[in-house]
Design a protein. Structure first.
Ligand SMILES: [Zn+2]
Length: 175
């Protein structure tokens, strides 16, 4: 079942998600629903459970036709710098060049309960950081410089006020 994607202003996006303690059939079903919601979305490549209103530490993504779900993910190492024109399914139509570490090493658990490590840089590294932020109630606004945030907030408000004048999507990779 595809869920509705929650958008900026919904308090669930600011809340801390709980770690998953028991990977059971319910979690497997939730992961399936997250993929369905992701594939139903317009241009999404990754989704965190809070984006569908579920306060659990689960993220799913599909990059280069390699779908993957990760439970209780934690960034254990990060280095480098990378600027990426970031967009979020929960903040429709807003894209901002955000500087974050380039490369990350993430530890988590897969849907079979195995501890795994995932490494990524550029898009993959950015996706992992963006999704893990969602699990802690952090949106990309908080990764902008104060000047960027001010401009982005104003732009987003404007986009919300003028739905008819929404520009065409420039990016096809929403996080
Ligand atoms: Zn997002």
């Amino acid at each position: 079942m595809a869920y509705e994607i929650r958008t900026f202003g919904d308090p669930v996006l600011k809340a801390e998600a709980a770690a998953v303690t028991d990977i059971n059939g319910k979690i497997a079903r939730l992961v399936d629903d997250m993929f369905e919601t992701l594939y139903d979305s317009d241009s999404g490549i990754a989704l965190a459970a809070p984006q569908i209103g579920v306060q659990k530490q689960i993220v799913v993504w599909d990059i280069d036709d390699q779908p993957m779900a990760l439970i209780n993910p934690v960034v254990v190492e990060s280095d480098g710098e990378f600027v990426y024109n970031e967009g979020c399914l929960s903040i429709p139509e807003l894209y901002v060049d955000i500087l974050r570490p380039n490369h990350v090493l993430v530890r988590g658990v897969d849907v079979d309960g195995n501890e795994i490590e995932i490494e990524g840089s550029e898009l993959m590294g950015r996706m992992l950081q963006h999704e893990i932020d969602h699990l802690h109630g952090v949106l990309m606004f908080e990764r902008m410089t104060p000047e960027q945030r001010k401009a982005a907030m104003a732009e987003y408000r404007k986009l919300q006020e003028q739905p008819a004048a929404k520009p065409q999507k420039r990016r096809l990779r929403l996080l």
